[in-house]
Design a protein around this ligand. Structure first.
Ligand code: COA
Length: 244
């Protein structure tokens, strides 16, 4: 039996970003795969003020897992900001998780000052600019408008708040505290969290598997959904033999 698998979205996104993953796993009869909206994203009301840290998002995500989904020992799959939240949960509540999937992630997530400033002053333009940068050029026409249209509810300040939380995140020196298995996935053309970040995660996380996906950028799970889904399934199979 596979462990529960929980997807955490990135900055200004929502659970909808995982549509192609949820469809895939549900078509295969998995009823323990979920994607959650962070506070202030998607359908979930906000509980925070203007500033949030990754640690606060991690605590909110933990509450959702415990009190809404009632899942035990899940695998957390986080994209970008969601990857930072998953890493923070792994550091603070390691006994409550059984694995990590880090997609377009990094142990430090400094944001280009021009993007941060534009998110603060012209959030709509910043969103367009960021989603475009986050998608490999070959997929921009087909994917960028869909992703933007799915970012339905975030208020104008959410993108800045999320990026500011990323910008202050740094667990580069703490990764060796994490001992459970991790799958690290990165698009080969990722410009926001370059391959170097995933390679660092792979070097530092003792039990990790690295999967670089060609022809994809930062939104690798939307640009190459089948490859990402297969990588997750294959990795889960190897983990299932360990849990037996
Ligand atoms: N994993 C491994 N190495 C990392 C890292 C990570 N997550 N984050 C930073 N580093 C490395 C950098 O590669 C750099 O190494 P170098 O000195 O050998 O080149 C060093 O740590 C310092 O980098 P950084 O902390 O990023 O500061 P910087 O002043 O060099 O660069 C930016 C700042 C914003 C220009 C840069 O971080 C960047 O281009 N970020 C990606 C773009 C972006 O905005 N992404 C959004 C993420 S949500």
């Amino acid at each position: 039996m596979n462990r529960p698998l929980i997807f955490l979205h990135g900055s200004a996104d929502s659970a909808a970003i995982w549509r192609l993953q949820l469809e895939h796993f549900r078509q295969r009869g998995r009823d323990n795969v979920f994607a959650i909206d962070l506070p202030g994203h998607g359908q979930r009301p906000d509980i925070f003020s203007a500033d949030v840290t990754i640690r606060e998002y991690a605590r909110a995500a933990r509450d959702i897992l415990k009190h809404e989904l009632h899942v035990e020992q899940p695998i957390l799959a986080g994209h970008s900001l969601g990857g930072a939240i998953a890493l923070m949960m792994a550091l603070e509540h390691s006994q409550e998780l059984s694995g990590l999937i880090l997609i377009g992630a990094g142990a430090r997530l400094r944001v280009l000052p021009t993007i941060l400033e534009s998110a603060r002053t012209t959030p709509q333009e910043a969103r367009q600019q960021l989603v475009t940068l986050a998608t490999a050029p070959a997929h921009q026409t087909s994917i960028v408008p869909t992703i933007i249209s799915e970012q339905v509810t975030p208020g104008p300040t959410i993108l800045y708040r999320d990026l500011a939380a990323c910008n202050s995140f740094d667990v580069l020196s703490r990764l060796q505290e994490i001992s459970f298995p991790a799958l690290i996935i990165c698009g080969e053309e990722d410009r926001l969290t370059p391959i170097k970040y995933s390679e660092y995660l792979h070097q530092q996380l003792t039990a990790s598997t690295l999967c670089i996906v060609p022809d994809a950028g930062h939104y690798v799970m939307r640009e190459q959904p089948e490859k990402v889904n297969q990588a997750i399934e294959r990795w889960e199979e190897t983990q299932a033999t360990l849990y037996r």
